[in-house]
Design a protein around this ligand. Sequence first.
Ligand code: ATP
Length: 362
Amino acid sequence: SMAVFKLENVEDLYEIGEVLGSGHFGEVREVRERATGTRWAGKFLKLRKCAASRLGMDRRAVEREVEILQALQHPSIMAIRDVFESRAEVVLVVELILGGELFDFIAAKESLLEEDAIGFLKQILEGLSYMHDKHIAHFDLKPENIMLSAKDVPQPSIKIIDFGLAQRLSPAEEYRSMGGTPQYIAPEVINNEPLSVASDMWSIGVITYILLSGASPFQGDTDEETLRNIIGMNYTFEDRYFRDTSEIAKDFIKKLLVKEQSERMTADECLLHPWIKPLTRKQAASRSRSSINIRNFKRFNAKRKWKMSYNMVWACTRFSRLQLLCKDRANEDQELRQCESDQEDSESNRAALIRRRRLSST
Ligand code: ATP
């Protein structure tokens, strides 16, 4: 099906406001609907001018993202309102999400009970259950794509964003991809095996692990090491990070970080797991007695934010120049050594693909 985008000028109907964020292919800005005064977000995507160009998005990819967003109407998923198209760009008018990232919201707290973390997780799972029922997989679940509806409200709600890698899966066709961010990708992605909605559930396992401990289960010093840890299922619950974690929470994670896709918990099964939906009073009590490792979580999040801003700089700089910069700095500062692997997070898919192929053949 060919998506039909409005050919009018977006500015005729919406007043364009300030920049809210930016991604690989353009900016997200606040916009105001002239007719009603309603505020939305406008995602401005640069279109690729010729097939060979590396700049801009392929129109088919934009169509897929739009088609998927239009199919999803759920409180935990960013809603889409309108789509405009000009020669050079497509503008998605979407729900305005002002609460920032869930991880930043949590990092600002002094403490958090598992029970409170579960409240958010449950909303994520409800959104995923809804998507997965429609055979739509997100394929890029990570902290940057899990936002909150609003600031300064007592109970902000979850909004899943960025459906740039999402796919509608068909039982008749296998789907493989090398996309995603090393820390959060499932073994089948690295092994170039057929993917399924279960690949999202792996990412939920990683996100939950981090949420509770501030430690990342497979993170190595380099991307190669991270990927090798994932394939080798090389993770543990280190006591120094999981001192205050309930056993039932660890059980939940263990049932997601499972190599075999068919044996991983589904979103629906997660919602019925006793950590999320306690059956006994004892199970309920353990959730309100256990807390997340907020000190280490703050540390994780600060590092994550630092890497994100570093990646942003990198994305605007030539690879070779920054590679040198990285090497110089790395000699001076241990912490900055990270950047060599972080810069690879934002490397082109092609390079990542070659790297992973090499890896999977060893
Ligand atoms: P990436 O390059 O990470 O794939 P992208 O180009 O697909 O990104 P998004 O991740 O959708 O773009 O958005 C980029 C940033 O803009 C987000 O990280 C977020 O800060 C902000 N943003 C996205 N959608 C909204 C929204 N609906 N309301 C407010 N801010 C938003």
